[in-house]
Design a protein around this ligand. Sequence first.
Ligand code: C2E
Ligand code: MG
Ligand code: MG
Length: 595
Amino acid sequence: MGALLRDPDERSRHDGEDRFRSMVEHGPAVSYIDGPDEHASTVYISPQVEGLLGYTPGEWYHEPSLWPRLLHPEDRSRAIAENKRHIATGEPFRMDYRMFHKDGHVVWIHDEATMALDERGLPRLSYGVMMDISERKAGEESAVYRAYHDELTGLPSRAMFEELLELSIARAKRHDRSVAVLCVDIDDFSLVNDSLGHRHSDGLLRQVADRLKDATRETDLVARRGGDQFLMLLSDLDREDMGETDAALVRAEASAQRVKAAMSAPFEAGETELYLSVSVGISLFSQDAEDGASLQRNAEAAMYESKRAEPGSYAISSRGTFDSGAKLQFVTRLRKAVDAQRWTLYYQPVVELDTGRMRGVEALIRWIEPDGTMIPPNDFIPLAEELGLIELIGDWVVRELVYQAQAWRGLGMRLEIGFNLSPRQFWQPDLAQRVIERIVAGGIDPAQIVVEITESSAMIDPDRAQEILWSLRRSGLRIAIDDFGTGYSSLSRLREMPVDVLKIDRSFVAGADGDPQAASIVGAFLDLARGLGMTTLAEGIETSGELGFLRERGCELGQGYLFAKPVPPEEIIAFALGRALMPGSVSTSAAATAG
Ligand code: C2E
Ligand code: MG
Ligand code: MG
């Protein structure tokens, strides 16, 4: 642009200006030429300026000091200083500042100008463009805002929590106070998420956030850590010793209890109401850890510990007595086990109660560590669900049991094989397809496979459960309701579901022969199942008294330590070959189980 001005020829200067004019008067930005003075008095300004700031070019020419007058007070001295430098040095002017529009609103402007020098190298005119960047500025603000706030719940984010935690630790060190970090995690939330869908789970997270805020004092910080995890920070706690325990711990526990109580009323998810609980882990500065990262890590480990021991409660991390490292290690170990597929399937015989013959087996997973330690499913399946690892484990189970069915078939054995689906697996969108593909690819008759799903997972969303069960059934698989009696089934629902086998939970079977109340419950379950055309199965038969009672009541099938514990597959061959499963019975018939 400097070249344009230095052009010595008057005519070509005009040509240049015309070209310049047509170029600048149609672009999105405001172009201008200012005099080299403190006010940046306007020599030329393109008409778009009226849209930007509400003043016509005429008004700009008329009032030489319009520019400084419209500058926002907070930016004025900075902008004027920058302009002075621009004039004095001839270097480009480049800055963002705010101006007032004629109607009073604030406009963010990006302004860039180059200085044209005359022949003697003195500043002659400044050529610049101004553009509206209000939106971008708003965006920048919200980017900062976003980093510190959780969009969904409006709570402070983990980043904000961590900064405030550091500050509060620093304060606690100076004033000999204590700080508590609580890690709060919704129990079985993945299940809610999978069964109700994202829209409802977002709503639930907001409700939980609101209740957490209500349950805490103004000075306590509640943040969302991500997913279904929240963090709470209790600062400036007293360190006063109260004998066995200390005041800070009492405060933290009281908070955990308030949080727990705040969850007790039902939550709304669309038309339905449902109950949620949270597990809480507590870590204290400086009793348990001295830095923010460790406090958070320990609180998380304590939360997992609490979830494993008793969901809906809280656990306190404390140096020495609570080895959070080991607990987190468990998570790491589980991830490794998933990678290395450190699983094996044990099989427990399913016995016909009147003949003692083995009808089939139930596959039960075990985790085998490299040192031979065997970890039972109840110790890791819930955690695997929580960590989103269950699908991988479930896929392994189906693959493995197909191999096993093939191997048994090779020996002339045709057993019904049941396997378990955890709640979250059940809600996988492509469950039926995933399972059936493997079974059919392995050349196994789907009618030989029984899918076990617990009563409580089927009843979370009976409508969808019904659909899923039908899709399994249409593939030819058989369906069992596991742990029956522990959930809250609606009988009309149960009638509409394609259920082949009703497995009565062990807790009702135990001692049913000697306990009239248990006996009448089991009797009612058996009548119900028969009425609905289902096969009855009693779980956990341990005594011959229980067996006698069940046979008398006409229960068809049973499982339990009385017959056999879950065993490796080789031992199933022995049972099939005739080892007696029924105490007192002569033998089971291999022929009867061979297919
Ligand atoms: P479940 O499906 O109800 O399995 C029955 C559980 O009761 C098994 O425990 C079995 O060993 C135990 N049991 C059988 N008979 C008796 C008895 O007479 N007395 C007593 N006290 N217990 C008996 P296990 O193998 O520890 O499995 C526990 C639960 O873990 C299972 O309950 C099932 O819900 C889950 N599970 C097992 N394998 C898998 C799997 O492959 N995938 C998934 N998702 N869950 C599994
Ligand atoms: Mg089962
Ligand atoms: Mg069961």
